[in-house]
Design a protein. Structure first.
Length: 364
């Protein structure tokens, strides 16, 4: 009887073990391909457009990014302190920033997926737009614990990796706090000169301190801004291109060229720059808006209007796009087109007759 009892207990345990095994959730492996990565990107885009920042804010592999920036001894030691951790966490508000941009009349869009042929990494490219200023974020996507995450990426306007931006942000904030007389003092001097319109003096300081500052993206942002204010317009593009030999990425240089060509109404150069950028960013209807504005500055009003009208089919109701069409109709003395375009603001922006009258008076 004792043997039978032991066998019964053993069978019962086996049955319970089998039941537990069948009830355990089976985690499906994520297939990392164009479909899954693109769906991940579109989920981020939609959450931003819906006013929810969390999906984008939480999309990053923070542990991995933290491990990358620990190669800097100052940053590494600061991460063990509360203030260093706060500086680190401040870099993960991309969702809030994108929503603020959209709420201010801008746009946020997933524009491209691609597989890097060199290392087989999966990339997604987001674009931001506000007041004729573009930026692109080229992120690397991988898996982590059954989810997709952003591991790192390249930011066009700053010209460096996202991890480099984090490291630099933490480093400069720590130095402002612990060593305000060091390189942060030099950067503050340059920024103050630039703000005061003393760009030649700012550029001189930038050149004098290139050795100790050249690894900072903030240095190059100050450099390009002051170069634009001091360099003759006929030499600006050559001066920008020359920065490639000093370590700046071609994608960043193209973005700055595009903004220059736009503001100067250089239509052929603008078109050429857009075509070069598309090789990296993928095609994007926002380029039609940029090219339209360039043509408007060049007084090619019909071409500008055609660009706006085409862009209008693919972009959300952007204020700049609507206002650009009004400018073209007014310049072409097309009263009917102007009035019809003006009326669309009632539906697109909820504008009242009184508000439309104020807009109309600006063109009188």
């Amino acid at each position: 009887m004792r043997t039978i009892k032991i066998l019964c207990i053993a069978c019962t345990l086996l049955l319970l073990a089998g039941a537990c095994k069948t009830k355990a959730p089976v985690e499906e492996a994520i297939i990392l391909d164009e479909n899954s990565v693109s769906a991940f990107a579109m989920q981020i885009e939609q959450s931003v457009l819906n006013g929810n920042p969390d999906t984008y804010n939480q999309a990053f592999d923070k542990a991995y990014l933290k491990s990358l920036i620990r190669d800097n001894s100052i940053v590494n030691s600061s991460l063990d302190a509360d203030f260093g951790q706060q500086f680190f966490e401040s870099n993960f508000h991309a969702g809030d920033e994108a929503i603020a941009l959209v709420d201010n009349g801008g746009d946020f869009k997933f524009v491209r997926y691609y597989l890097n042929a060199e290392d087989s990494s999966h990339h997604i490219v987001f674009r931001t737009y506000n007041d004729f200023i573009l930026n692109f974020f080229d992120y690397v996507v991988d898996t982590l614990g059954g989810s997709l995450v952003i591991k790192d990426g390249f930011i066009y306007n700053s010209g460096n990796l996202f991890s480099d931006n984090i490291r630099e942000n933490v480093l400069l904030n720590v130095l402002y706090k612990t060593n305000p007389e060091g390189i942060t003092s030099i950067l503050s001097q340059i920024k103050n000169l630039s703000d005061q319109g003393k760009s030649s003096e700012a550029l001189q300081l930038l050149n004098e301190h290139e050795t100790e500052l050249k690894d900072l993206s903030y240095y190059w942002q100050l450099y390009i801004a002051n170069l634009y204010k001091t360099c003759p317009k006929t030499q600006y593009i050559d001066s920008i291109n020359a920065l490639k030999d000093r370590g700046l990425d071609q994608r960043t240089l193209l973005l700055h060229q595009l903004m220059f060509n736009l503001n100067e109404g250089r239509t052929e150069a603008c078109e050429g720059t857009i075509n070069q950028l598309i090789e990296f960013t993928g095609d994007d209807p926002i380029f039609l808006l940029i090219f339209g504005k360039t043509n408007f500055y060049a007084k090619n009003y019909e071409t500008a209007l055609g660009c706006y009208e085409t862009a209008n089919q693919y972009l959300p109701p952007l204020w700049d796009l609507w206002y650009g069409q009004l400018e073209c109709y007014h310049a072409m003395h097309n009263t009917e087109g102007f009035n019809q375009c003006l009326e669309t603001a009632k539906q697109n922006y909820g504008m009242t007759e009184e508000e439309l009258s104020k807009v109309r008076r600006k063109f009188q």
